[in-house]
Design a protein around this ligand. Structure first.
Ligand code: ADP
Ligand code: MG
Length: 270
């Protein structure tokens, strides 16, 4: 009997492998033992195994989507301190994290000085989208322009553009740090107008709208780009000083306080 069982187990493993059900293969015996203890019927046992397979599959797909998004550093909304950035509307950000804006093909624009949490929020919202099953890709604007320029004259250009069109959400980080060349600005505009009303975008920039001409060169191109980006767009302003700077100041202040407490204690002990 024992031998028969192990023979059917070998066959079962083989079939499950052919059917690409690795989690059921790995868990079948353990769950069967538990089912026997709990007096669980056959259909419930099968249901438990299917649920395990689906859960594991979804977990792996979510990991793949996160990897494919290529975030430079992972950030989440849980680690964003909203009290440190009162200009950011927490209710709006929480609503955006539900990702309905992606279904509506809307954009999100994060505007503010360096260090004020724009990339953090953009990454956290895009990571929330990955978790919900959306296809996401994160680019620094300069990185995207360089990739486009390099691929321009090759067949990979069309392949790259097709891969952008398959996305649900495109993140363009740091638009405006470096002025784009004429060709770069036109290629960037091409991406933005192709995405318009088809793929949602999250764009972060340190530039107020009136300075965008400095980056994109021509007023005509700037007008057309802004028109597409800001149509059906949620704007989040991260006003105030750099988080890193204020964080450093707070740390310096607490070190100074700790030192003066230690000094007072030392002189009291003398
Ligand atoms: P920006 O893109 O506006 O230049 P970042 O998002 O890169 O700024 O923020 C700089 C650093 O400070 C990052 O490590 C980020 O995680 C952190 N940071 C910024 N704002 C906050 C905040 N409100 N709460 C927690 N961390 C923050
Ligand atoms: Mg940034």
């Amino acid at each position: 009997m024992k031998q028969l069982e192990s023979k059917s187990m070998v066959l079962l493993r083989h079939h499950l492998k052919a059917l690409r059900l690795p989690t059921i293969g790995a868990e079948a015996e353990k769950v069967a033992a538990q089912a026997a203890c709990d007096n669980v019927d056959h259909l419930t046992y099968l249901l438990q195994l299917c649920e395990l397979e689906l859960l594991e599959r979804e977990k792996r797909a979510a990991e793949r989507r996160l990897k494919a998004a290529r975030f430079p550093t992972f950030k989440s909304l849980e680690t964003f301190d909203f009290t440190a950035r009162p200009s950011v509307n927490k209710v709006l950000v929480t609503e955006l994290a539900r990702c309905e804006f992606i279904d509506k093909r809307e954009n999100v624009l994060l505007v503010g000085n360096p260090g004020t949490g724009k990339s953090h929020l953009a990454t956290a919202l895009a990571a929330a989208a990955c978790a919900k099953g959306y296809k996401v890709r994160f680019f620094r604007a300069t990185e995207l322009v360089t990739t486009l320029i390099e691929a321009r004259d090759e067949r990979s250009f069309l392949r790259f553009k097709a891969s952008l069109q398959k996305l649900d959400l495109l993140v363009l980080d740091e638009l405006g740090y470096v002025p784009a060349s004429k060709v770069g600005a036109e290629l960037l505009f091409d991406v933005i107008s192709t995405a318009y009303e088809r793929t949602s975008m999250i764009v972060t920039t340190n530039l107020p709208f009136e300075s965008w001409t400095e980056v994109l060169g021509s007023e005509r191109l700037t007008g057309a780009t802004l028109d597409r980006l800001t149509h059906r767009c949620r704007i989040i302003e991260t006003k105030g000083e750099s988080y890193r700077l204020s964080d450093a100041k707070t740390r310096a202040r607490s070190t100074r306080n700790a030192r003066s407490v230690a000094k007072t204690r030392a002189s009291a002990a003398d």
